[in-house]
Each structure stands twice: as C-alpha cells, then as structure tokens.
Write a protein that binds this ligand. Structure first.
Ligand SMILES: Cc1cc2nc3c(=O)[nH]c(=O)nc-3n(C[C@H](O)[C@H](O)[C@H](O)COP(=O)(O)O)c2cc1C
Length: 220
C-alpha cells in the first residue's frame, strides 16, 4: 500500500469485526509513528493501548459513570454557519446510514453512546500529554495521530479517533494509572478491522473543494 492508498482508504470506522489485533502488529505501527514530526522535536504525545480484560473493565466502569464536562472545547467552530454545515453533513451521512431519523434524538444519543465501547473495536488507544502543552503541541499530537492512522491502514487495520473520550477523562486516567494533575487526556482511538458490510462504514463523506481552502501563488 502506498501513502495515497493509505490516505484515501482511511475513513472513520464505526463498526468493527470481532477479530483481535496482535501485539506485534500494533507495536510495529507505534514504533514507526515515533518518526512523526513535532515542533522542536518535543514529541509531546503519550499513549496507553488496551485490549482484552483491561479494556473490558474500563468499558464496564464507563457504563456506570456519568459523562463529565470535557476539559477542552471542540464546539467553538459551531458559531459559524460554514462549519456547522460540515458537522450537519457528517451527522446526516452517519445517522442516515444507521437508519436513525433526523428528529430521533434518543436514537442519536444511543448511537453516540457507542463511542464508549469504541464501536466494538478490539483495541483502544488513549492519547494524552502534560497539561502545560500549548496549541503547537496539541497540533503535533494530531500529526502523530494522523501518522498512526495511516500506518494502521498499511497493516490492513482501521480506526476512529474519539474526542468523545474526553467526556470520561477522569475514569480513563484513573483506570490507566496516569496522574490527573499532570495529564490532559486528549483523544481515544478505536482500532481494529472494519466490518466492510456495515452501512455506517460506507456512507459517502464530504470534503470542501481544494480551491476553497488552499491558495497557490506564483506557480504560473
Ligand atoms: C481528533 C478527532 C476526534 C474525533 N472524535 C470522534 C468521536 O469522538 N466520535 C466519532 O464518531 N468520530 C470522531 N472523529 C471522526 C470525525 O468525525 C471524522 O474524522 C470526520 O467526520 C471525517 O470523516 P472521516 O474520518 O471518515 O474521513 C474524530 C476525528 C478527529 C480527527
């Protein structure tokens, strides 16, 4: 698989097969991902990857823990219509594929709650960094996560990033044994093999046209 194939075949997978992922494969991916770039080479990212019993135990705890206020805000773009439209686009595609009607608030909530079990993924990674990290290091961590996502594709694996996990940061931190005062829990990542037949893995996604987002100067 070349990079283009990895990029174009990656999508957020929200239904995984009941098929384990072996440690060697996941270690190979994470080992290569260390080569992601970061400002000042700080490599601010840290992660814990769970499968089997420790994952099941965490998911059990999350079932009985009410969601908390997230420690960071992913809603800010909602103040401008252009961004709200993009959010509505993915919601319509995703909930539509699952057969959940627009006005079915409860159905949508239940579908969102599938985040807590990471859409049945056999492996979940939690990413965090010291709280003193600023915008540049959050961005570095995103680049590292993107690298992980593409390397997973190379191994035939799929993923879904999960900022939803920020709603359970306390219980996750406690379960994986990282200090609340030191660490910001950024994101979960569901990892496994996609169910190719699940409609939620097959709806059409949208992207803005290239020339609406990128300017090219001086090429002619
Ligand atoms: C940092 C980050 C966090 C995300 N969190 C979630 C999440 O909590 N739950 C979810 O279903 N999708 C989540 N997504 C997936 C986005 O909805 C998805 O990337 C976007 O709709 C584009 O679709 P695609 O990944 O299939 O190309 C997240 C993506 C990123 C990059």
């Amino acid at each position: 698989m070349n990079v283009t194939e990895a990029v174009t075949t990656r999508r957020s997978v929200r239904q995984f097969l009941d098929k384990p992922v072996d440690l060697e494969t996941i270690r190979r991916v994470m080992d290569k991902a260390r080569w992601a770039a970061s400002g000042c080479n700080y490599q601010p990212w840290e992660a814990t990857i769970l499968t089997g019993k420790p994952l099941a135990e965490l998911q059990e705890k999350m079932k009985t823990t009410p969601p908390q206020q997230a420690e960071y805000d992913w809603t800010a773009p909602g103040q401008e219509e252009a961004y709200t439209k993009r959010l509505h686009g993915v919601s319509a595609g995703m909930f539509g594929a699952m057969g959940i009607a627009r006005d079915d608030g409860q159905g949508r909530m239940a579908a969102m709650a599938r985040n807590t079990t990471s859409f049945d993924a056999p492996v979940v990674m939690f990413t965090y960094f010291p709280r003193f990290m600023k915008e540049a290091q959050w961005s570095d961590t995103g680049m590292w996560l993107a690298t992980v996502g593409l390397l997973l594709r190379e191994e035939g694996l799929d993923s879904c990033y999960q900022e939803y996990m920020a709603l359970y940061a306390n219980v996750i931190r406690e379960h994986i044994g990282i200090d609340h005062d030191r660490y910001m829990l950024f994101c979960g990542m569901a990892i496994g093999y996609r169910d190719p037949d699940a409609p939620v893995n097959n709806f059409e996604r949208e992207r803005e046209p290239l020339d609406d987002t990128v300017k090219f100067l001086g090429f002619d």
